[in-house]
Ligand binder design. Structure first.
Ligand SMILES: [Zn+2]
Length: 272
């Protein structure tokens, strides 16, 4: 019965909001990350991105809205990167995973936050943190425009994927802890073991004064470790798999996507 209801809703949505195939093709042409999907994936992602744009409010800061053209392909490109995370999941799982926010807010620049954190000894550390994006439980997903423009390539950085990963993480708690709700076929102990090994390796690199194999922002907090690993999983899976094969394999099962197979062979468009 729910299937029929869902189908009826989908048909009604499509009738009211015909899928903008041309704008989606343009969005894919702009972002390498969306270009390398196969036809089936691209079709499914495009339609989800289109529904995402109707389910969530996409807001531009007034300073941006005045002089930044943010056309339909740009909106679809943003939604496409968001929905890429859940592309391997069913419609219900996707809707549930993204139920904790209603708005994506784009700010003109990276923003600063006064952060206070208590360490394990109960000492409060206060510092100013420059952020490309931000998200909180039930709050909007906030991204900075320059970082959004830098996202969409196979470079290991993607602010949309990063912030949405935090939203997945918050599916079972008020704060990020690197432990999102897991499907039944993933043992929480295995999740903990694999992520702890990566965390320990990151800390060991830093302690030796060496550059870790992935962005050292991952070493600042277990929640950031998960979000950064998600960025690599989708945008530099070869680097993630090279450095931490067990983690890549775990995320492949979690997201039900084999991003390594999707990676372009050269990473560069054809040079004519
Ligand atoms: Zn973060």
């Amino acid at each position: 019965m729910f299937d029929r209801l869902r189908r009826w809703r989908a048909e009604r949505f499509e009738a009211r909001h015909p899928f903008p195939a041309e704008a989606w093709a343009e969005a894919r042409a702009r972002l390498p990350l969306l270009q390398w999907l196969d036809d089936d994936e691209a079709e499914r992602l495009g339609r989800r991105a289109w529904r995402f744009l109707h389910a969530k409010r996409l807001s531009l800061h007034p300073d941006l809205a005045a002089n930044t053209p943010f056309d339909e392909p740009a909106r679809l490109a943003l939604a496409g990167q968001a929905c890429l995370l859940t592309l391997g999941w069913s419609e219900d799982e996707h809707l549930e995973a993204f139920s904790g926010f209603h708005e994506v807010l784009i700010l003109p620049d990276a923003f600063q936050r006064q952060v206070e954190e208590m360490d394990e000894y109960g000492v409060i550390h206060a510092y100013v943190d420059e952020r490309a994006g931000e998200t909180s439980h039930q709050g909007p997903v906030v991204v900075a425009f320059p970082d959004l423009m830098e996202s969409g390539d196979f470079c290991g950085f993607n602010v949309v994927i990063h912030e949405l990963a935090h939203k997945l993480d918050m599916g079972n708690s008020l704060d990020v802890d690197g432990f999102p709700p897991l499907p039944r076929d993933i043992d929480p102990k295995a999740w903990h073991r694999v992520f702890t090994a990566v965390w320990d390796d990151l800390q060991a690199h830093l302690a030796r004064g060496e550059t870790p194999p992935i962005d050292d922002y991952a070493a600042t907090h277990p929640g950031e470790c998960f979000a950064v690993c998600c960025e690599y999983f989708f945008t530099a899976p070869d680097e993630l798999c090279g450095a931490y094969p067990a983690l890549y394999a775990l995320l492949e099962r979690y997201f039900r996507q084999a991003t390594l197979d999707r990676l372009p062979l050269t990473g560069q468009p054809d040079e004519a």
